[in-house]
Design a protein around this ligand. Structure first.
Ligand SMILES: Cc1cc2nc3c(=O)[nH]c(=O)nc-3n(C[C@H](O)[C@H](O)[C@H](O)COP(=O)(O)OP(=O)(O)OC[C@H]3O[C@@H](n4cnc5c(N)ncnc54)[C@H](O)[C@@H]3O)c2cc1C
Length: 292
């Protein structure tokens, strides 16, 4: 199918893009186009005007300062996947990116586009929630910084208002020397959206005791969730303690079933994957050298 006719504009500045967006309720931003273009082709979206933000300088670049990695919204997923700052300082994001779609979709798709799209199974929103990232948004009220938890409201639903544009995503850097990450997803085919995905990041001290932990899960509800497993902090973990804590954290997950998987299967899968990613993260942290 072919898209319905639309006007295409490429503003030179962020201010111009936001003004164009705010003045026209039928306008849509386009970044990598990997979600929007198929929607246009199937006429699931029929914007009168597309505002191309891909080359706006304000939305570009990856930088680390003051314990935060800031990823510009229009950073291509493939670029972030191989970026040395992301690999060193946002290792969980680096670990999930190879699972986002396929190399051709990652060559065009952007980090900000995935966050704005808010698919409940998407990997990049999962990392943002797991690590308590901050979404930086240009709004009519000025620049707003919002916690990922507050940004994602439901399936394909975010706190973005008419005229708002994501500028960047800020991922906190864990400074501990012994950090490990874990990621697992189950999908029908490799690179499909996940049925369920889980992500973990762990920091260990020199005695292999957990000093920080973050765990998140996607595909079990209408948005990614961060799970509370803070009771692992202070201990060395083994399979039994991990299983007990994960069981408590996932017991009350509100899961819905669909054509692809029942609610009960998703809940069981979430618990299994959470145990595996915690163990994977723990093992990779333990393999790092101690300061002694
Ligand atoms: C075959 C295929 C497989 C895929 N598999 C996966 C997968 O496994 N996991 C996964 O997570 N994704 C997957 N995707 C989606 C892909 O990763 C997209 O890149 C991503 O969802 C959207 O990013 P984009 O830059 O292409 O956004 P676009 O398609 O350009 O835009 C998507 C939406 O976000 C809005 N938007 C974009 N940028 C901004 C911004 N800065 N501020 C505010 N709103 C904005 C647009 O208006 C639009 O509504 C797949 C896509 C395809 C085609």
């Amino acid at each position: 199918m072919k898209p319905a006719p639309f006007e295409y504009v490429r503003p030179a500045t962020l201010a111009e893009a936001c003004a164009l967006l705010a003045e026209d309720a039928d306008a849509r931003l386009i970044a990598g186009g990997q979600t929007l273009v198929p929607m246009l082709a199937m006429r699931l979206a029929r914007p009168a005007r597309l505002i191309d933000i891909l080359r706006l300088p304000e939305l570009a670049g990856i930088r680390e300062e003051d314990g935060v990695v800031t990823v510009g919204a229009t950073t291509r997923q493939a670029h972030a996947e191989h970026d040395p700052v992301i690999r060193t300082s946002a290792p969980l994001l680096a670990a999930v990116l190879p699972w986002v779609g396929h190399p051709p979709t990652r060559n065009r798709g952007t980090i900000g586009g995935s966050i704005a799209n808010a698919d409940p199974s998407a990997e990049i929103p999962l990392v943002a929630v797991t690590l308590s990232a901050t979404i930086v948004i240009a709004t009519a009220r000025g620049i707003v910084a919002m916690r990922a938890d507050d940004f994602f409201i439901g399936a394909m639903l975010t706190a973005l208002g008419q005229g708002d544009c994501i500028i960047a995503i800020r991922f906190p850097v864990w400074r501990q020397p012994r950090i490990g990450v874990g990621f697992r997803e189950v999908s029908v085919r490799r690179s499909d959206f996940a049925l369920v995905a889980a992500a973990a990041q762990i920091a260990l001290d020199d005695d292999d005791r957990c000093i920080d932990v973050a765990l998140g899960v996607a595909g079990v509800g209408d948005k990614p969730l961060r799970l509370n497993v803070s009771s692992l902090i202070g201990g060395r973990f083994d399979a039994a303690s991990v299983s007990e804590v994960v069981h408590a954290a996932t017991r009350d997950l509100e899961t819905t079933g669909d054509l692809h998987a029942s609610a009960a299967y998703r809940r069981r899968l979430a618990a299994t994957l959470c145990c595996r990613v915690l163990q994977q993260a723990r093992d990779s942290a333990a393999a790092r050298e101690t300061a002694r």
